[in-house]
Design a protein around this ligand. Structure first.
Ligand code: ADP
Length: 334
């Protein structure tokens, strides 16, 4: 459970809107539900915008009521759909978006998405004065200012589920498997999955490792009788599928691992209880922050406390993997 800030209601809105943008993440639905129900509870009308910023600039939105968000808390994906919209990177398109919102008497927008989506939200506020609140919705957990993001816990558990199954085959055939998990620039998923799965090795972008070193570790664990089979969790890095190349290079070192790319299964599925609670709290708090006069912030969580983080900081700084955690994770697997 989270500690919530006590906020005083200092203003109200006639209508607000909510959208989901960028890569979808399990938990976006409970977040939408939190926003809608909290807003209705304050007597504020809520519009759901379809397909992220693409839908916003097309005016594709509809008013939501309490029933609009019934029976969605357990569903993966997003009922509002998500999209990427290159046009929103241009100021004139954001000005057009603000005009569309104002034409519907909407003065505030809640954006649920990753750092790209939050960048768009910040610029929309800065240039047009439309109030914005961001919610960190991404499986990667790579957003500055928050310990956790909506969808991360579900993605870790989905990957774990798959790895537990792969391990059965790895053990039966006395083989090593390279299991590629998502994480372009960051190893948050890989470290958590690797630790929880008891992986023999974890390869993350934050810590360069030589192929010869991986090969040597596999050979040593085989000799020591501790590792005739096993799982090596690999963060995808710059592009999905690079793990096939790692396997080829390992073959040059007399290792013969199999490769399994988990891919999009990590994005889908019913959100875990943890993600449902996180998303619901963040969604409802987005409305509370608005009514307390906040704008241009993201709702984050740090040390179990829900807090506000300026969007400017969220998009200006990079969240790094704690080096001590990385050391610990790598150490216990050797
Ligand atoms: P995520 O939000 O998951 O990080 P993207 O980086 O693809 O996903 O961003 C989603 C959308 O957010 C983009 O398609 C675009 O509409 C908007 N966006 C991304 N970066 C910017 C930017 N620099 N300026 C304005 N809008 C942006």
């Amino acid at each position: 459970m989270y500690t919530l800030p006590s906020l005083e209601i200092t203003r109200t809105y006639k209508a607000i809107a909510v959208l989901t943008s960028g890569g979808d993440a399990p938990g976006m639905n409970p977040a939408i539900r939190g926003v809608v129900r909290a807003a209705l509870g304050q007597g504020i009308r809520v519009f759901g915008i379809n397909r992220g910023y693409s839908g916003l600039i097309a005016g594709d939105m509809e008013e939501m009521n309490s029933a609009s968000v019934s029976n969605i808390v357990q569903r993966g994906g997003t009922i509002l759909k998500s999209d990427r919209c290159e046009g929103f990177k241009r100021p004139e398109v954001r000005a057009q978006a603000a005009e569309i919102l104002r034409n519907h008497s909407i003065d505030a927008l809640v954006v649920i998405g990753g750092d790209g989506s939050l960048t768009g939200a910040h610029l929309l506020f800065e240039e047009t004065g439309i109030d914005v609140i961001g919610l960190p919705g991404t499986i990667d957990n790579d957003i500055f200012g928050t310990d956790d993001t909506i969808g991360f816990d579900t993605a870790v558990n989905t990957a774990l589920d798959a790895i537990d199954k792969i391990r059965d085959t790895a053990t039966s055939h006395e083989r090593h498997f390279l299991v590629e998990v998502m994480g372009r620039n960051s190893g948050f998923i890989a470290i958590n999955v690797g630790m929880a799965a008891g992986a023999e090795l974890i390869v993350v972008p934050e810590r360069a490792v030589e192929v010869s070193q991986i090969s040597q570790e596999l050979a040593e664990s085989r000799q020591a009788g501790t590792g005739s089979s096993g799982i090596i969790v690999v963060a995808e890095g710059p592009e999905p599928g690079l793990t096939y190349r790692l396997a080829e290079r390992l073959r040059e070192h007399n290792q013969d691992p199999r490769v399994c790319i988990l891919g999009h299964i990590q994005r889908g599925g019913s959100p875990t209880g943890h993600d449902r609670v996180l998303a619901t709290c963040m969604g409802a708090m987005a409305v509370r922050y608005l009514c307390a006069g906040y704008s241009d912030i993201m709702v984050g969580v740090r040390d179990g406390r829900i807090l506000d983080v300026p969007l400017h900081d969220v998009i200006s700084f990079r969240k790094g993997l704690d080096p001590t955690l990385l050391d610990l994770a790598l150490q216990v697997h050797r």
